[in-house]
Design a protein around this ligand. Structure first.
Ligand code: CAA
Length: 387
């Protein structure tokens, strides 16, 4: 078994790491404190090809493989989880879905500006009354008598990049009697009439990423902007989340790595009782457990990305690998950041160091794109065949 990276994978990893350390890390604390969307650095990431890594070059992307995406996202997350969130929604929840299920015209119109970093994309599945139970949605899309457009009404919540998105992939019921099989997907221009943005959510972590409710009031979506067939929307939503969850696993691993590296440095330097605290067994045990979980999270994430590549080449799903990577990496990030804060003691609790931000940012990875409970349900259903 060969775990070495290709030249291209090493190249994007190094480029993302350089950019993250030189351009993102210095501004991350300030953006977090102000809850400010990082327009400037996100635009630069677009120029570097980081906003559509797997999208072919003819549609504005970098034309690389899923491992390149996971490696780059991990590096960005190690500097700032907010940038990683925006990057992951653009790359997978938005671009991946259209590249997989879209028509040629849809790819050109809706992917190119987003993958090239000229605009931001979003994904709208969750509603105020339905998070984990995603198919229980109330947003309706009704086809006009002449079949030219759908009229969409309803409300979506917790939309990452909602306040700044130019285009949004939206899921709505076209046939409520069919349940999950009555859901369809649509590509929405957020600047058209009938698209309303609600207030921005005040969040515990990933504060520099912007999240809001969006509302549709008799929004007229041209029929040609339906993504996939009528009734195929829930499968599209779930398939897209398989890809998205690998990104969240990479994000969680990046946060964990940053917290781990800070802890090793602190354990070497901080003196107590006449020696570095890293010499005490209780700190040693923490470092060992943190490192081991970080390594396992990294390997599961890269393995899931590898399975996605195999699926691209030969078909088939990688749901199991994506859910396991997301479940493990997010819980590892929570564990590692918690231990990092403890190792740093009072300094870990202070906003003078980034450790408290890592701790706050890690929590979301156990919640969005499917909670840990949902990942366990998905894994168990796939393994036992029981529900
Ligand atoms: N790929 C393709 N098809 C899939 C699939 C997948 N990964 N998962 C399920 N399906 C298909 C099933 O095969 C089934 O098809 P048939 O009707 O042909 O049998 C259909 O979809 C319905 O599946 P289920 O019966 O399993 O559906 P369910 O109602 O029991 O729900 C669930 C399953 C796993 C709980 C799902 O609802 C789920 O993943 N919930 C969590 C939602 C989530 O992650 N939300 C996050 C939103 S994005 C976000 O976080 C915000 C952001 O901006 C970052």
């Amino acid at each position: 078994m060969d775990f070495s990276l290709t030249e291209e994978q090493q190249m994007i990893q190094a480029a993302a790491r350089d950019f993250a350390r030189s351009q993102i890390a210095p501004v991350a604390a300030e953006l977090d404190a102000r809850g400010e969307f990082p327009s400037e650095t996100i635009a630069q990431m677009g120029e570097l090809g980081l906003m559509g890594i797997e999208v072919p070059e003819e549609y504005g992307g970098a034309g690389m493989d899923p491992l390149c995406y996971a490696l780059a996202l991990l590096e960005i997350a190690a500097a700032d989880a907010s940038h990683a969130t925006i990057m992951s929604v653009n790359n997978t929840l938005y671009c991946h879905g259209i590249m997989k299920y879209g028509t040629e015209a849809q790819k050109q119109a809706f992917v190119t500006p987003i993958a090239s970093g000229q605009a931001i994309g979003a994904y709208a599945l969750t509603e105020p009354q339905s998070g984990s139970d995603a198919s229980n949605m109330r947003t309706r899309a009704v086809l006009s008598d002449d079949g030219a457009h759908y009229v969409i009404n309803g409300k979506k919540s917790w939309i990452t990049s909602g306040p700044v998105a130019k285009y949004v992939m939206v899921f709505a019921m076209t046939d409520p009697e069919q349940g999950a099989r009555g859901i369809s997907a649509f590509l929405i221009d957020a600047e058209a009439d009938g698209f309303l943005r609600g207030k921005t959510e005040p969040k515990l972590g990933i504060r520099a990423s912007a999240t809001c409710e969006i509302e549709f009031e008799n929004y007229r979506c041209p029929a040609e902007n339906r993504l996939g067939e009528e009734g195929q929307g829930f499968k599209i939503a779930m398939g897209v989340l398989d890809a998205g969850r690998i990104g969240i696993a990479a994000q969680a691993t990046g946060i964990a790595r940053a917290a781990y590296e800070a802890s090793v440095e602190y354990a070497r330097e901080r003196q107590a009782f006449g020696r570095p605290i890293g010499g005490f067994q209780m700190i040693q045990a923490k470092i060992a457990d943190m490192r081991t979980r970080l390594e396992a999270a990294t390997q599961l994430t890269l393995s899931a990305a590898w399975h996605k590549q195999k699926s691209r080449e030969g078909g088939g799903r990688y749901t199991l690998q994506a859910s396991m990577a997301k479940l493990f990496a997010s819980e590892a990030a929570m564990y590692v950041t918690h231990q990092a804060l403890q190792i740093h003691g009072g300094m870990g609790y202070s906003k003078e160091l980034p450790v408290e931000r890592y701790f706050r940012d890690a929590k979301i990875t156990e919640i969005y794109e499917g909670t840990s409970e949902i990942q366990r349900m998905v894994i168990s259903r796939l393994e036992t065949g029981l529900r």
